[in-house]
Design a protein around this ligand. Structure first.
Ligand code: IPD
Ligand code: CA
Ligand code: CA
Length: 266
């Protein structure tokens, strides 16, 4: 028997959890943080962990038995077909430095398909949300990708992996070539917000490599539901389990692909 999912209830729950976590992030932003390291530069603060606990508790209170794929912890396996993909604080390096550009990202996946996503930027009180087939919204108002082209007149964004100093897939060559081809490239430090900005037409394109599902699950749905295009760097359909993403307004996709497609691993 297929499980019936009330997508309104899913979105409402994700929204409540994201707003609560965002409030905590805002409240604690400029206080002293307890930092720990997941790698040489990959930080985690006590706020990342507290937000994840809050989000998981809030969601499992409403949907007991669902599964979680979240950044900071592992959870007992629930129904494998009903899974929440959570980045409790995307932009941790910014957060730890008091640079106010970070967000909460929560997505809901059913049988491998992302059906809903929410990205909350607490410092601007901006809640981006989307449900599959129902469009993308910012604080309840419909958003659409830009129509800007060509690439030369476009503002695009990227990011770099944490192991940049140790791995050849560091995105440097792509960065140089796209910086030369576009009007500008931003590296703001929160992948989910980069994607939300593409969805809202504030950025025209975004690419990155070596991301995790929780960085992109909500944001890719936002871009698709706002009329944009999301593929991997070879132009094939993108899954949140791929690690090379290209998201754009569609109009500059080919141009960006022609640059990204030149190098398989850089
Ligand atoms: C990071 C941010 C950053 C991206 C990194 C991610 P985190 O997530 O999204 O923009 O460039 O690759 O890992 O660690 O701040 O949640
Ligand atoms: Ca992240
Ligand atoms: Ca994170």
């Amino acid at each position: 028997m297929p499980v019936e999912i009330d997508i309104r209830k899913v979105l409402d729950t994700a929204t409540t959890a994201a707003r609560e976590a965002g409030a905590l992030q805002k409240e604690r932003l400029w206080s002293e943080h307890t930092l720990s390291y997941k790698g040489e530069v990959d930080l985690v603060t006590e706020v990342d962990r507290a937000c994840e606990e809050l989000i998981v508790n809030r969601i499992s209170g409403v949907f007991p038995g669902h599964s979680f794929l979240a950044e900071e912890n592992q959870y007992p396996e629930g129904d494998p077909g009903l899974r929440w993909i959570v980045d409790p604080l995307d932009g941790t390096t910014n957060y730890a430095h008091g640079f106010p550009w970070f967000c909460v990202s929560i997505a809901f996946e059913k049988e491998g398909e992302i059906l809903a996503g929410v990205v909350y930027h607490c410092m601007m009180d901006e809640l981006f949300s989307a449900a599959k087939g129902e469009g993308a919204f910012l604080n309840g108002r419909r958003i659409l990708v830009s129509q800007r082209a060509p690439l030369r007149q476009s503002l695009i964004a990227t990011g770099f992996p944490y192991d940049i100093a140790r791995d050849n897939e560091n995105n440097f060559e792509n960065f140089i070539e796209l910086q030369l081809a576009a009007r500008g490239v931003r590296r703001a430090g929160a992948a989910a917000l980069d994607l939300a900005c593409v969805a809202a037409g504030r950025l025209d394109g975004y690419w990155e490599c070596k991301l995790k599902p929780w960085d992109v699950a909500a944001g890719t749905l936002l871009v698709q539901e706002a009329g944009g295009k999301v593929t991997n760097h070879a132009g094939a359909p993108y899954s949140v389990y791929d690690h090379r993403i290209l998201a754009s307004n569609g109009a500059i996709h080919k141009e960006m692909l022609s640059i990204l497609g030149r190098g398989a691993a850089r």
